[in-house]
Design a protein around this ligand. Structure first.
Ligand SMILES: Cc1ncc(COP(=O)(O)O)c(C=O)c1O
Length: 381
């Protein structure tokens, strides 16, 4: 039985192919890519280039030199935002952002560099029209989360990006941490795509990426050695060296490449939607309140009228060995919008490893807890 339901934090376990690729890299060619003309360094470099091509093609991009490997999405977002904004710029964003975006923006606002405007429509749905009155007038960047890590909601980021580009020259950054490998993001309107390798791409932790639209110029946020133009005391202008400095996480990149290839032909979204429907049918007669979006993935946020979310998570863990995540999930503003701040929700998130039986087990556990608290019972099942 797979009782790990914290896949929005990181998918677990990782595919055999990913583990094998990491081991093979460490055993066979873990030399420093781009820092030596010898065979092993060339082999390492070839792997990095192959991974760049694979990441580029995930987003329909053709030029792999505009794919930058980072530590994670947080790193990629810092690189993108700090590389773009200048004193006096305005930045628009949504309530669905993770702290990986919010804290970068609000730190910059506190330093007096930018002004942040969080767009929050009355309705649950964001439409491009919500952004129209705010774009122009000094807006340099629009930051959008593709899929909420709290409710699984899919935002219409391509439509918003199209409208932003129609009316202004602001850049659009999309956080694909929860969508990459699950829901595709195509089109030319998005300038900056920030992602992480360890969620629905099934790679290891410690590797992420920033995909930049060719021609978009970012100030380098991290500078240093590249193994390229070493005579120059300044960061090279050419991509990817302009933004990628220091020795990369080669085993991580090997694992990410294998993860992308593993997930590519799996139709993760169809699998996810079928698990989601099964879960919905299972819990429909319980008192659980589900903050279910109209269009979303298997990231389920729940509350129960008679028991707190921390206690729920504890019971699931201790009585059923079910891993969940209770609280604000690093995304406080969406909880304010939902009315679930500051306690947050109990989050259960699915993966390709889950079967119908795993969902049934989860549902049975929730039903038992529901019944017990409805009858006024204590915390022990
Ligand atoms: C929507 C979203 N953005 C950004 C992040 C940050 O990812 P990382 O911790 O890999 O940088 C997460 C992680 O949970 C996320 O869900």
């Amino acid at each position: 039985m797979n009782t790990y339901f914290d896949n929005a934090a990181t998918t677990f376990p990782k595919p055999h192919e990913v583990k094998e690729a990491i081991t093979r890299c460490l055993e066979a060619f873990s030399a420093n890519p781009g820092r030596g003309g010898h065979r092993l360094a060339r082999q390492a470099e070839a792997l990095v280039e192959e991974a760049r091509r694979e990441v580029a093609s995930l987003f329909g991009r053709r030029d792999p030199s505009w794919v930058i490997f980072t530590l994670n999405a947080t790193d990629a977002i810092n690189m993108a935002v700090r590389g773009v904004v200048q004193h006096g710029d305005k930045v628009l964003t949504t309530v669905y952002e993770h702290n990986a975006v919010l804290r970068v923006l609000f730190e910059l606002e506190r330093e007096g560099i930018i002004e942040v405007k969080v767009i929050c429509p009355e309705e649950e749905e964001y439409t491009p029209e919500d952004f129209v009155p705010h774009i122009g007038r000094g807006v340099r960047l629009v930051c959008l989360n593709h899929i909420s890590n709290v409710t699984g909601k899919i935002l219409p980021v391509e439509d918003i990006a199209r409208v932003v580009k129609t009316y202004s020259d602001a850049l659009v950054l999309v956080d694909v941490s929860q969508s990459a490998g699950m829901v595709s993001l195509q089109g030319e309107d998005v300038d900056l795509i920030a992602g992480t390798g360890h969620k629905h791409l099934y790679g290891p932790m410690g590797v992420g990426f920033l995909v930049v639209k060719p021609g978009v110029s970012l100030r380098p946020w991290r500078v240093g050695g590249t193994g390229y133009r070493s005579e120059d005391l300044f960061q090279p202008e050419e991509m990817p060296y302009r933004l990628e400095a220091g020795t990369p996480n080669l085993p991580g990149i090997a694992g990410l490449l294998a993860g992308i290839r593993w997930v590519r032909d799996k139709n993760a979204f169809a699998h996810d939607q079928s698990l989601l429907e099964r879960f919905a049918n299972g819990i429909k007669d319980t008192a659980f309140m589900w903050y279910r979006p109209k269009r979303g993935i298997g990231v389920v946020s729940l509350r129960h009228p008679f028991v707190g979310v921390q206690e729920l998570a504890m019971i699931l863990d201790s009585e059923y060995d079910i891993a969940s995540r209770a609280g604000l999930q690093c995304a406080p503003l969406v909880h304010k919008k939902l009315g679930t701040f500051p306690e947050g929700t109990l989050r259960l998130s699915f993966s390709l490893w889950h079967t119908d039986e795993d969902i049934d087990f989860l549902v049975e556990a929730l039903k038992t807890i529901d019944l017990m608290f409805k009858q006024g019972g204590g915390g022990v099942v």
